[in-house]
Design a protein around this ligand. Sequence first.
Ligand SMILES: CC(C)(COP(=O)(O)OP(=O)(O)OC[C@H]1O[C@@H](n2cnc3c(N)ncnc32)[C@H](O)[C@@H]1OP(=O)(O)O)[C@@H](O)C(=O)NCCC(=O)NCCS
Length: 516
Amino acid sequence: MAIVMTADEAVKRIPDGATVLLEAMPTEEVFPAFYRIYEATGSPKDLTIAWAAGIGPFSTEARGMNHFAHPGMVKRMILGHAGLNHNIVKVIANNEVEAYNLPQGVITQWFREIAAGRPGLITRVGLGTFVDPRIEGGKLNERTRACEDLVEVIEIGGREMLRYKPIKADVAVIRGTTADPEGNITLENEALFMESLEAAMAAKNCGGFVIAQVEGLRDTSARPIEVRIPGIMVDIVVVATSRKTHPHTLFVEYDPSYVGDEIADLSQALLPMPLTPEKVICRRAFLELKKGDLINLGVGIPMGIAQVAREEGMLKDITMTTEIGVIGGLPQGGKNFGPAQNPSAIISQTAMFDYYDGGGLNATCVGMAQVDAEGNVNVSRLGANVIGSGGFINITQNASEVMFCGEFSAVGTDIAVEEGKLVIRKDGKAVKFVEKVGQITFSGTVAREEGHKVLFITERCVFKLDKAGLMLIEVAPGVDIEKDILQRMHFKPLIASEVKSMTPEIFLPDPMRKTS
Ligand SMILES: CC(C)(COP(=O)(O)OP(=O)(O)OC[C@H]1O[C@@H](n2cnc3c(N)ncnc32)[C@H](O)[C@@H]1OP(=O)(O)O)[C@@H](O)C(=O)NCCC(=O)NCCS
């Protein structure tokens, strides 16, 4: 039977050296207690912490996963994403902790495999990327290079696979809406279900214990069909003192449209975009989509594709999803990435990634920071800055069509769309098409083996991933191939025998009127 206690009392029960599975949701009642208790008592110390999604404050503020950026308290981090938690990025860059980055979906599925006592997670996700032990093994700094490999290459039926080795989980910290007298947890007000069940099962089956932060207690038993984490898997319940410590996201305390209690008016959220290079990219990507497609839009420029779909009257014909488990509605962008307004269903993050991995996504549009001649893409490390892969590896490795959407160069571009043509006044300082990407987050080699359609869409041209490498296939009106493209790349791409003009309507103010 679960015991109700304060966050401080709960954290005091965590032994030194424990492995703690964390749900990276705003769990602002329990998370701050870790450092408070460590500072006061010197324990719990030398923790290994693992989390999948990368929800964070986009700053050094002590919120989100930044609560764990304390070397000494934490010895090792196994994470899906770091970049939104700037203190986490700092302790990794300074070699103050051991740190591994595994794909976000892999971490959630790995918790499930640990729970089931299986020999780890066996999957092709991560092959050929920096997670592959033949490349970096997901190790994020010098200090970790001397540590053991968490991933190994195996062969099944003549095909290479990665095995993510199981670890022993001692504690899971999860989130729910209510706990009933038996400790049964319901999730009716949660915008995301994450992998709370998988994490709880893993900790229990490893002989550990589970702390659940909830919004409130019920006096009577919950209806069994509403129980998402059964009381037999919950040891400690911590009740949040207010919505502030149990918000939907770190920037929105509570939005009834995230959980279906209200229908939000999306017309204000999806105002027509001005005709900028970003819009050109989104429009070109949108032309690839078909009625009935199930898609995932990555952070950054690709989020604008929802606005284009609305302008073209096709918002209802395409189902958007987020990898965290939200289907339909309008996925939230920027700092609120994760939930959606007016979703049609919310499932666990683990289930969503299972569906993605098996090929459920018709298409994905994601950003790109660097691309090389092999079609490898980097979004996970810029210079010394660790960002993390998030769901990018699962998503881009398994969607039937992958569109990398981004400006041709970055940092200080000045480009306009005028009279149906692109006018490049100034390119950015950062070249995106480079000889060698800083880190392989998407493997062009593995993508060619899988045979998926892969496009690289910029404001001035489109490349496809051909069997022999990156190939220029389309160019924008007003753009000179030699001067505006080839001279501004660090490698020479293949050039199609017939380079087409990008659809002229993309560069005109009126909607393109796509109908299929
Ligand atoms: C890669 C990513 C940063 C690109 O962002 P974007 O807004 O789509 O596109 P931009 O090219 O305008 O880049 C945004 C900023 O990133 C930085 N940037 C991007 N590429 C860069 C490069 N090669 N070198 C240095 N800085 C770069 C720049 O600061 C740029 O802004 P600026 O040009 O105004 O200075 C972004 O898409 C991302 O973080 N993607 C990875 C996560 C993801 O998509 N996950 C999906 C599933 S979880």
